[in-house]
Design a binder for this molecule. Sequence first.
Ligand code: NAD
Length: 260
Amino acid sequence: MTLKDKVCLITGAASGIGHGIARRFVADGAKVVIADLKLDAAQKTADELTAQGPGTAMAVEMNVTDEAQVNAGVEAVVEKWGRVDVLVSNAGIQIVHPIEDFPFADWKKLLSIHLDGAFLTTKACLPHMYKAGAGSIIFMGSVHSKEASPLKSAYVTAKHGLLGLARVIAKEGARHGVRANVICPGFVKTPLVEKQIPEQARDLGLSEEEVVNKVMLGETVDQEFTTIEDVAEVAHVFAAFPTNALTGQSLVVSHGWYMN
Ligand code: NAD
């Protein structure tokens, strides 16, 4: 299974998990689009990965909640490379509060980045995939696509929603050769998680060590964080899988936290 010369658009690819997926895909010879909020950060990542090869990378500035910017970014990719074979809708944020204190603006902001972002990027890429008669769409879900935790009402709601959207794409896309999947990681040490440790300690009345050992890793089989490389490998499998056999499925990647 190879992604050599495949055009792969990854949102939120200037940091964390998206960056790791981009690195894995470029290492396999793909043409990777680093889509992120700030062009300079995206360009820095694209330059770094192109230097590593053997694939190549380009940068686009893309706020995934901005329909015009999403459409313009996808058009720029098609203009340069002629098509889009793989979309990894990965951009995301975390905001934690008990529901009774959750600012409505923060609820809307989180849902917009995760859900509007997945919808808008999918909508922009699908016509190009349908035209080619093939494509793979991957959403970055979470264990929180299947499980709940206190303080994470908006995140759990959004991540559950992605399962539904992927299943509809799998059904609508099948006759055009387009597949859809959701990856559901456990805790991965990225800036998104580093930020949560003191916030959860404050809101749950725990020490930071307790947040890591009990809240984040307590249900794993080995007390280990899931790694960026773990998640990137699964993204590669879904993106490069040669048939429709896995379409509509989600896979939990979590060192045993939540099994189904
Ligand atoms: P991160 O903070 O390291 O990276 C997120 C990236 O998304 C950043 O580069 C940021 O600039 C970008 N981004 C944020 N808002 C954006 C927007 N509106 N438009 C475009 N880009 C935007 O976080 P991460 O941990 O790598 O998270 C990536 C994805 O993985 C998220 O969807 C997150 O929910 C999911 N996830 C993370 C973990 C974890 O433990 N880190 C676990 C499960 C799922």
